[in-house]
Design a protein around this ligand. Structure first.
Ligand code: NCD
Length: 311
């Protein structure tokens, strides 16, 4: 079947239909050989990717940079507002327009929701949201889905537990939205009462066939799930540090609780203390594979957007 991918920008996973996700996941599996063999191809030879990271990032920025380089292109950009002219008072709009002059696509991370959308409205090159505040992180969701499909074989018919900071965690917001496109999915939401999934996300998932249930302990659901998707408490988004300290360490997944279970453990990383390191050497650990899968998935995204939207 010939598939067509029509999105020019990747701002929210809510803009995706299932066929769009299928397209990117198929492209990613075709590119996986190059990603893993550490080769370079010429698909995007001479193309420049702009990496505008106003907020810290390790995996997302490095995997986008690796992805463009493996496709034969290159990346330019900054890692925090302090190292860009924004620190001299330049507006985000001016910075973005200047980057547009140098680049074939822009990747944006910012602590405020809506910044990638704003930039996509004022530049002509494709814009990719690499995380906007507590909003969305659509490319993380694509690599999460890629990992689930590769490890379990399908995304339909799964029971998935989302654990930790469901209030501020943008990865779980995007993932919940995406799971709404699949059949017979149950989501268990495991969080302290203070960090429950926001109403907007419930509003969206209630429009889909997803069944969801809020619980307070991992023990209640561990025998029923195929995936434990663990997240860190988003310390930087708390107004009052004491509120963070009260909740810190609320959930810890360890090797003992996983023994005999038929499931995988995922985490967008960085991990603080929510997965004990004794899980690292078990068959349950898929979080490092998940991080490595970022490269073929982001290669697929860049190849598709830049080829479909030549400058
Ligand atoms: C996540 C993020 O930035 O939202 N990290 C990532 O991109 N892999 C998760 C997090 O910071 O907790």
């Amino acid at each position: 079947m010939i598939r067509i991918f029509e999105l020019k920008n990747i701002i929210s996973i809510k803009d995706f239909e299932r066929k769009d996700i299928d397209y990117i996941l198929e492209e990613a599996s075709k590119l996986e050989k190059i990603a893993k063999s550490k080769e370079v191809c010429e698909e995007l030879k001479g193309k420049i990717l702009g990496l505008m990271f106003f907020e810290p990032s390790t995996r997302t920025r490095m995997s986008f940079e690796t992805a463009i380089k493996r496709l034969g292109g290159d990346g330019i950009g900054f890692e925090n507002s302090g190292s860009s002219s924004v620190s001299k008072g330049e507006s985000i709009a001016d910075t973005a327009k200047m980057f547009e002059g140098y680049c074939d696509a822009l990747v944006i991370r910012h602590e405020l929701e809506g910044v990638s959308k704003f930039i996509s409205d004022i530049v002509d090159v494709p814009v990719i949201n690499a995380g906007d505040g507590a909003g969305q992180h659509p490319t993380q969701t694509l690599l999460d889905l890629y990992t689930i499909k590769k490890e379990i074989g399908e995304i339909d018919n799964l029971n998935i537990a989302l654990i930790g900071d469901l209030k501020y965690g943008r990865t779980v917001h995007s993932l919940s939205n995406a799971l709404g496109l699949y059949k017979n999915v149950t989501i268990y939401l495991v969080s302290p009462p203070e960090l429950k999934m926001p109403n907007e996300v419930f509003h969206d998932i209630n429009k889909t066939n997803v069944t969801w249930k809020e619980v307070e302990t991992i023990e209640e659901i561990i025998d029923d799930v195929d995936v434990l998707y663990v997240t860190r408490i988003q310390k930087e988004r708390f107004g009052d540090i004491d509120d963070y300290l009260k909740i810190k360490g609320a959930y810890v997944v360890n090797k003992k609780m996983l023994e005999g279970k038929d499931l995988i453990v995922m985490h967008p990383l960085p991990r603080i203390d929510e997965i004990d390191t004794d899980v690292d050497d078990t068959k349950y650990n898929k979080y490092f594979t998940q991080a490595a899968n970022a490269v073929p998935v982001r290669m697929a995204i860049l190849k598709t957007l830049i080829k479909n939207n030549p400058k």
